[in-house]
Design a protein around this ligand. Sequence first.
Ligand code: HT9
Ligand code: FE2
Length: 362
Amino acid sequence: MTPDPAPYDAVLLVSFGGPEKPDDVVPFLENVTRGRGIPRERLEEVGEHYFLFGGRSPINDQNRAFLAALREDLAGAGLDLPVYWGNRNWDPYLTDTIAQMAADGVRRAACFVTSAYSSYSSCRQYRENLFDAVAGVENAPVLDKLRNYFNHPGFVEPMVDATLAALAELPAEVRDTAHLAFVTHSIPDSMNDGSGPEGNAYVEQHLSVAEAVVDRVRQETGRRHDHRLVFCSRSGSPQTPWLEPDINDHLEELHGAGATGVVMVPIGFVSDHMEVIYDLDTEALATAKELGLPVTRAATAGLDPRFVATVRDLLLERAAVERGEEVARAAVGSWGPCWDRCPVGCCPNPRAERPALAGADS
Ligand SMILES: CC1=C(CCC(=O)O)c2cc3nc(cc4[nH]c(cc5[nH]c(cc1n2)c(C)c5CCC(=O)O)c(CCC(=O)O)c4C)C(CCC(=O)O)=C3C
Ligand SMILES: [Fe+2]
C-alpha cells in the first residue's frame, strides 16, 4: 500500500545557508550576526576559516545532495511530493522559497530542519524564520515543523557505524582504550539554561545521544568506552560564559592524563559543515598532532540512506498524527520522542520575544 502523506502536499528542507564564493563571505557573516553583538575579531577569524576553503561553505552543496537523495527516497516509496529548500542566512532564502511554494499552489508543507536538537539557535530561531518568511506572502502554505530528531534511530545508527569505523582507523594498540569525545556546537550557558520546556534540554539531549552511541558500540565491540560531551565553535564575547570544555582543551587534558587515543564523534552536526571541516578536521586534528595523540573523526550522518529515510518516517508519522491516527514514534535512549509542536516558552529568544510558527504558542 502506498503511504499516505495527507494533509501534506510538500516537504520543505530548512537550513542555515552558507557563502559560495569569496565575495559572499562578508555579507553572509553580516546576515548571521546582525544585532547579535559578536566582536569584530571573532568575525574576522571566522571569515578566515571560510577563505581557507576558497570562500565556499560546504553546507549548500550538502543540502543539494541531500535534496536529491530525499527526492529519490520519497519517489522510491511511492510518495509523489515536491521537495523545496530554503535557508535562514543565504540564497535560496526562505522568503523566496515560500513565495515559490505559494505560486505552485502548495497548501500545507512539513518542514525538516537540518538541526536535530532543542535550543534557541537550533529550533526556535528557525520557527521565527518561518514566521517571517510567510508574513509577506499571499496564500502562503501552512507550515508544520517535524519534531526534533536527535534520538531517531535513523540519525543515531549511522553515528554508531561511524564511531566503529573511526575506532578502526586508530592504531590497533590504542583502539580498545580509546576515549570518545562527543562534539557539538557550543552555545551560551544562558541559551542552554533556557532550552526546551524545562531548560537544559540542549545538553541533556546530547548526553542521551552520547549514552545511546556508547551502549550500541559496547554491544558491537564488548567495550564501554570512556566518553565526554565537549564543544566547538565558541563565539560571542569572551566575558559571556559558553558551554565548555572546548574540544582542543579536552584533547590536551586527556593527553595530560595519559590517554593514548581519541575518536571525535560530531553528534551535533548532520553533515560536514564548516564547524566540522575547520574546527575539528583542521584545528583539533592540528592540536592532536602537536600532542602526538592519535585522534580520528567519525563521519556525520550526511547522505546515509537511514538518515535520508528519517525525513520520510517523520513526515508519515506527523501526517498520521494530523489525521488523528495512532502512531508509533521511533526514538532511542533516555529522552523519548520529542513533541510535535514546541510547548509555550520552549527555547526563548535571548534578546526579545518574537512571533514563531509551528509551536503551541503560534
Ligand atoms: C546551536 C548552533 C548550531 C547548530 C544548529 C544548526 O545547524 O542550526 C549552529 C549551526 C551553524 N552555524 C553556522 C555558522 C555560524 N554560526 C555563527 C554564530 C553562532 N552560532 C550559534 C549556534 C549554532 N550554530 C550561536 C549561538 C552563534 C552566535 C550568534 C547567534 O547568537 O546567532 C556564526 C557567526 C560567526 C561566529 O561567531 O562563529 C557563523 C558564521 C553554520 C554554517 C556552517 C557552514 O558554513 O558550513 C551552521 C550550520
Ligand atoms: Fe552557528
